[in-house]
Design a protein around this ligand. Structure first.
Ligand code: HEC
Ligand code: HEC
Ligand code: HEC
Ligand code: HEC
Ligand code: HEC
Length: 189
């Protein structure tokens, strides 16, 4: 290779390429990152749906709406049709339910604002955690008392690892609790 070409690659192309890679990573990383590790994040939702009312007072099971928790990676948020199982009758004349019914009859998915989120380069699976007996509360706090969902625990790497290494401390209600993995490829595949 001729010397000036090599010089050009090292002095001009390489720094530009590196800059683009780092900038792209930083932008996607920070854009998907919640503020302050997400703790306290409690965005307004398109409908004032209350967990305190539905999961607390009325004691509807979490799984009735979050059908994925025992079966898959994602917990899932219910479709409007699940709400309509009751709200085709219950509180039909209330403003929030009138709004809800508009989404349903116009066939529009509710634009719920996502609260808990790990970056795309992290692998997390609900079913593995839930099926080993870990309660929703251990990661999401006392949802049954929340009118509006708020993130109460951090999902930083050190927070995941802390529970994986000291599960007894975080899951005192489990008898023979296994440790979670701490090798990089378990969570970054
Ligand atoms: C009647 C249906 C229903 C029931 C029952 C229900 N949820 Fe939800 N849940 C929703 C809906 C709708 C959303 C999205 C809107 C919101 O965040 O309030 C949601 C959101 C959530 C979120 C936040 C999702 C995110 O964006 O990060 C968590 C955590 C959650 N629910 C946990 C629970 C737990 C734990 C229970 C049981 C104690 C439960 N839910 C029971 C309907 C339900
Ligand atoms: C199992 C039945 C059931 C399901 C499923 C259900 N709800 Fe309800 N919901 C009720 C009942 C009953 C009330 C009234 C409770 C009360 O006021 O004591 C209510 C109240 C409400 C209210 C307050 C209405 C008011 O009085 O202003 C909203 C908003 C609401 N529900 C939204 C939803 C949404 C959104 C979903 C789906 C994610 C949903 N509900 C699923 C039974 C249900
Ligand atoms: C070991 C911790 C942990 C447990 C236990 C847990 N979650 Fe989650 N949950 C998370 C994390 C982490 C996220 C973000 C996942 C992501 O971004 O892929 C999340 C996200 C969610 C979401 C957002 C939507 C989705 O599909 O991911 C809902 C809803 C939810 N959890 C409900 C529940 C319910 C209901 C339970 C109990 C049956 C539960 N979670 C148990 C850690 C947990
Ligand atoms: C409250 C405790 C707790 C928290 C918080 C927690 N985990 Fe776990 N995790 C466990 C336990 C316990 C196991 C082992 C389950 C088993 O083997 O039965 C596990 C297993 C796993 C596994 C291996 C099983 C699989 O799905 O391949 C992965 C990956 C994992 N956790 C990722 C995460 C990530 C990512 C986070 C943070 C966002 C997290 N965990 C937060 C307790 C926790
Ligand atoms: C139990 C799951 C888990 C394990 C094991 C794990 N990580 Fe992570 N890692 C995460 C989570 C969750 C994040 C996202 C943190 C955030 O958004 O604040 C992350 C973020 C990162 C980042 C982005 C920068 C940062 O610090 O936020 C790097 C780099 C990284 N991990 C490298 C590693 C390496 C190297 C290992 C092995 C020594 C490892 N991880 C093991 C869950 C894990």
């Amino acid at each position: 290779m001729n010397k000036s070409l090599l010089d050009y690659i090292l002095r001009v192309r390489l720094p530009i390429t590196l800059f683009v890679i780092i900038a792209a990573f930083t932008v996607t990383y920070f854009a998907s990152r919640p503020i302050d590790n997400g703790i306290g994040y409690s965005p307004a939702q398109p409908i004032n749906f209350s967990h305190k009312l539905h999961a607390g007072l009325m004691r509807i099971d979490c799984e009735y709406c979050h059908t994925g928790v025992e079966k898959s990676r994602n917990a899932m948020v219910p479709a409007v049709s699940t709400c309509m199982n009751c709200h085709s009758i219950a509180r039909k004349d209330k403003p929030e339910i009138i709004k809800l019914r508009k989404y349903y009859f116009n066939n529009i998915a509710l634009p719920w604002v996502r609260v808990h989120k790990v970056p795309d380069f992290v692998y997390f699976n609900h079913s593995v955690h839930v099926n080993s007996g870990i309660k929703c509360e251990s990661c999401h706090g006392n949802v049954r008392e929340m009118d509006r969902i708020t993130q109460v625990h951090s999902f930083s790497m050190s927070a995941c690892l802390d529970c994986h290494r000291n599960p007894q401390q975080y899951l005192p209600y489990l008898k023979n609790v296994k440790h979670g993995p701490d090798n990089c490829f378990a969570c970054h595949r």
